[in-house]
Design a protein around this ligand. Structure first.
Ligand code: SF4
Length: 352
């Protein structure tokens, strides 16, 4: 929703100024998804708005629910016919967390990631990013599920720091009491390790969580898994993370996609801990171990036992680690599986 457009629209048609505030509350507090739900607005204004103003900046093309109903993936068509995906996850505590996209495709091109295969098409606007949050709040309301989105992770399609300004604008909107009123600490931004982005982020959003998609701690392997590591190698990443922790005193979340025979051995666990300990004290890290969701054939998932073993090795060495339960892998909605293409034609959107 672009409030500037609504403001102009109201002025052009001679509507009272206070209507803008009412509309803002209807959209961001009541999560209406149809102008006809706006009981406090006069009939003629509702009709006008229905004809001229779309609440969302994209069309919902498909919704797929996981078998356990804990994850839902949505496919959106943007105004220029590009597609993006976003995922809603219901956590064990009954809260809703969502994974949002910041770009169409991604230029980092990690070979194990479905999004990376697309390459970069374009950045998303602030409106397109925050409308993903708006959509899921509308969805929760329409489905009569309890609660609202309380956590947002910028871990969908794209590298958020390559679209820094618009990602920053969207974070401001998420935490603003006039819009989504989310707690900064319930928002996480994940980067492959774009050094200038991390520096800026530390200054702009010291209360928002930083996550690093690390996956390997030697440059030879990481150059293969995260091709832009060649430009921003581990030594530079280590330095900037040390600065980040010194300046913010915040924990850093380490995302580690665990792939069979690639980075899942005891030695890999030991090297990972050693690398982190060189950056800062172990208390500043939590490692999220993400068993690979097989989207690209040449990479395989570790067995559940191997993932458990890897986790226990890290914990034994004194660093907090958890295996991230893969919600939604059956809908290709888990980490690294957001491809934004109209692949699965079997199910149409339940609701638009
Ligand atoms: S894993 Fe993340 S950074 Fe790498 S290609 Fe996929 S979306 Fe981009």
């Amino acid at each position: 929703m672009n409030l500037k457009t609504v403001e102009k629209f109201l002025a052009l048609r001679g509507h009272k100024k206070y209507r803008l505030r009412q509309i803002q509350n209807l959209i961001y507090k009541n999560f209406i998804s149809d102008w006809n739900e706006a009981a406090i607005l006069p009939k003629d204004l509702k009709k006008d708005l229905s004809e001229k103003i779309n609440i969302l900046s994209f069309a919902v093309k498909k919704l797929i629910e996981s078998k356990d109903a804990k994850a839902v993936k949505a496919l959106f068509e943007l105004h220029d016919k590009n597609y993006i995906e976003t995922v809603l996850l219901e956590t064990s505590s009954g809260n809703f967390s969502i994974c949002v996209s910041t770009q169409v495709g991604c230029s980092v091109k990690c070979p194990f990631c479905a999004t990376g295969k697309l390459g970069l098409k374009r950045n998303l606007s602030e409106e397109e990013i925050t409308d993903q949050v708006l959509f899921w709040n509308q969805y929760i309301k329409k489905e009569k599920r309890k609660g609202r989105v309380s956590g947002v992770v910028f871990m969908g399609m794209g590298e958020p720091f390559f679209n820094y300004d618009l990602t920053a604008q969207s974070i401001k909107k998420l935490i603003s009491p006039d819009f989504f009123s989310l707690a900064s600490r319930h928002i996480s931004v994940s980067t492959f390790g774009y050094i200038p982005g991390i520096r800026k982020f530390a200054k702009d959003f010291p209360q928002v969580n930083l996550a690093i998609s690390l996956h390997a701690v030697n440059n030879i392997l990481r150059n293969k898994l995260v091709p832009l590591n060649a430009e921003f190698p581990l030594e530079k990443l280590s330095k900037v993370l040390g600065e980040y922790i010194e300046n913010t005193h915040r924990k850093v979340f380490i995302e580690y996609v665990l792939m069979k025979g690639v980075n899942d051995s005891k030695k890999d666990a030991e090297k990972l801990v050693k690398w982190l300990r060189k950056v800062a004290s172990a208390k500043y890290f939590t490692i999220n171990i993400i068993p690979y969701n097989e989207t690209v054939k040449r990479f395989k998932a570790p067995s559940p036992d191997q993932a458990k073993f890897f986790e226990s090795q890290i914990q034994m060495l004194g660093v907090a680690a958890t295996i991230r339960k893969s919600l939604g892998s059956d809908i290709q909605g888990a980490c690294g599986q957001l491809a934004g293409k109209r692949a699965n034609k079997s199910k149409k959107a339940k609701k638009d």
